[in-house]
Design a protein around this ligand. Structure first.
Ligand code: PEP
Ligand code: MG
Length: 540
């Protein structure tokens, strides 16, 4: 048995086999081959496998996020079967007598350059597709993988680093936990682990030879056991069973009100990142969805999601929540949430860079597509729309202007939409300081303590070295929350918290006393926080 330690993201136990997830090599090297025929056959086999994988992914996308990615995967399959592409690969293998991986890499590069150089947006967008298809073929040829495709049985994924887009693409039903060397406790990958309710450790000195071995994550103590001995195995199994019993006890709180012993009520909502998370929201009986991070739909996709596919996703969430409030945040991409097809430039300070609402206001066609989808979906449930990273009243007015123009478009086309509220994230110190002015513009605020903490304390939430001093309990953070509540309430604006701090039981009393109207937490923490609230007396 071997024991290593790391920083735990979620208190829980995971027992299973390790899948070592290796990112693709940056540089594919040419290797001389003598048997050209066999090499060509390897390529033909890889092509068939890629088509099968893409068909599977298409089915999965249809099931999990509606027809969201389906079309894209179909397009990728067509590209894999494209004869010009295949001819180029086979020719390179033959004339240069090189390995298929290298021939694919060269062909992929050539096609990428050709598409991205075209003077037509449709073909430009195909450049990202061709890159993706080439990477898939290389993965298959080199036996590596895309954990999203490889996970066929429940596994603990071990990786050097996992990006939010890699994590969201994994099959949640088959992911027992993950362990990484890199990553910070406040990153979106960590937040996704909490939303998915899977134990995760970061900062672990991982080893490739663990692949295939049985392991246990002890998320209470931050330990990882490789090939655990009988004693540890039995101990952890018992712990896991206790956890399951405790969860069963908490389930008795379903259907109960979120109210303190002395009658103070609060709305207890849940955060989600995809349509499939709604099942967990319902199972844990949240009163609504306080934050749907819509950018994860974009991270799951291989190209800009269409209006129709977004509409289907938002409609599915609204309908499944059956009249309960669903707050959908518009695209908050950038910083650690990157999708290749946006082709965002590398920045010195991405957290303070071109991201979120800044992209939407600069590229209104992307924003309008999302708004049309949101408005159309509002006819099918209780949807509210929320805008991220706000720093000024002017931004909010511009947004409202765009929303009005989208409404006018829909009216002209006689496309129905429902009533919806509009709110903003309060996650910059600027927004806090002008929250009295902002409150006059919108229906609600939701405080994003993850970003707010990083900007107030000038601590990069992505930097693991600073996790120890990233202190969301800092008096400056708490004072800013208090100020936001007071300013919001003075101007008739509801105030919630959807950052991770909302789920911190040590602060539930403080938030209730401040007068916070709503807390939105990972689905699995709704019932523990409900228990906390119901056992509390504020004594006012
Ligand atoms: C936040 O910043 O607190 C927040 C909820 O948004 P995100 O974590 O997605 O940046
Ligand atoms: Mg944020």
């Amino acid at each position: 048995m071997k024991k290593v330690t790391g920083t735990s993201i979620l208190k829980g136990i995971a027992i299973g086999r390790i899948l070592f997830y290796q990112k693709r090599e940056q540089q594919i090297k040419p290797v001389k081959v003598t048997d050209v025929r066999t090499e060509k056959k390897r390529y033909e086999e890889a092509r068939k496998t890629a088509v099968l994988q893409l068909k599977e992914l298409q089915k999965k996308a249809e099931k999990e996020v509606g027809p969201m990615d389906a079309g894209v995967f179909e397009a990728h399959a067509v590209m894999v079967e494209d004869e010009d592409y295949a001819d180029s690969v086979l020719k390179i293998i033959e004339t240069q007598q090189v390995n298929a991986e290298f021939a694919v890499a060269i062909t992929g590069d050539d096609f990428f350059k050709m598409f991205s150089g075209m003077d037509d947006d449709f073909f430009k967008a195909r450049a990202a597709d061709v890159k993706d298809v080439s990477e898939r073929l290389i993965d298959i040829l080199s036996g590596k993988g895309n954990a999203g495709n490889l996970v066929n049985e429940p596994v603990i994924v071990v990786a050097d680093e996992l990006s939010p887009s890699e994590t969201i693409q994994m099959d949640k039903g088959k992911l027992l936990g993950f362990v990484t060397r890199q990553g910070s406790a406040n990153s979106h990958t960590a937040i996704l682990a909490k939303t998915m309710d899977i134990p995760a450790l970061i900062g672990v000195d991982i080893k490739k030879e663990w692949n295939g071995k049985t392991a246990i994550i002890d998320g209470y103590l931050g330990n990882l056991y490789i090939e655990p001995d009988k004693e540890i195995y039995n101990q952890m199994r018992a712990h896991l069973e206790e956890d399951q019993k405790a969860k069963a006890l908490l389930r008795e709180l379903r259907g109960k009100e979120d109210v303190t012993l002395d009658g103070k009520k609060i709305k207890l909502y849940a955060n989600i990142g995809s349509v499939s998370d709604v099942a967990s929201v319902l199972a844990n009986d949240a009163a609504g969805i306080g934050l749907f991070r819509s950018e994860f739909l974009y991270l799951e996709a291989k190209d800009y999601p269409s209006e129709e596919s977004q509409f289907q996703a938002y409609k599915a969430v609204a309908e499944n929540m059956a009249g309960k409030e669903v707050i959908i945040r518009t695209l908050d991409i950038g910083a650690d949430k990157q999708a290749d097809y946006f082709q965002l430039e590398r920045e010195e300070n991405p957290a303070m860079g071109y991201r979120a609402i800044r992209i939407c206001l600069e590229q209104p066609e992307i924003f309008k597509t999302q708004l049309r989808a949101l408005l159309r979906a509002s006819a099918f449930g209780n949807i509210s729309i929320m805008y991220p990273m706000i720093i000024s009243v002017e931004e909010v007015r511009k947004i409202k202007g765009i929303v009005e123009s989208v409404k006018a478009e829909l009216d002209a086309q006689e496309i129905p939409y429902g009533e919806f509220e509009q709110g903003i994230m309060i996650e910059t110190p600027a927004a806090v300081m002008i929250s009295d002015l902002l409150a006059e513009e919108v229906d609600f605020f939701s405080i994003g303590t993850n970003d707010l903490t990083q900007y107030i304390l000038a601590i990069d939430r992505q930097n693991r070295k600073l996790d120890g001093i990233y202190d969301s309990h800092h008096p400056a953070v708490l004072r800013m929350i208090q100020m936001t509540v007071e300013n919001g309430h003075k101007h008739g604006c509801q105030v919630g918290i959807c950052g991770e701090l909302a789920a911190d039981p040590a602060l539930t009393r403080t938030f209730l006393k401040m007068g916070i109207d709503e807390l939105s937490v990972p689905p699995s923490l709704v019932l523990p926080i409900r228990k906390n609230i119901r056992e509390m007396e504020l004594g006012e």
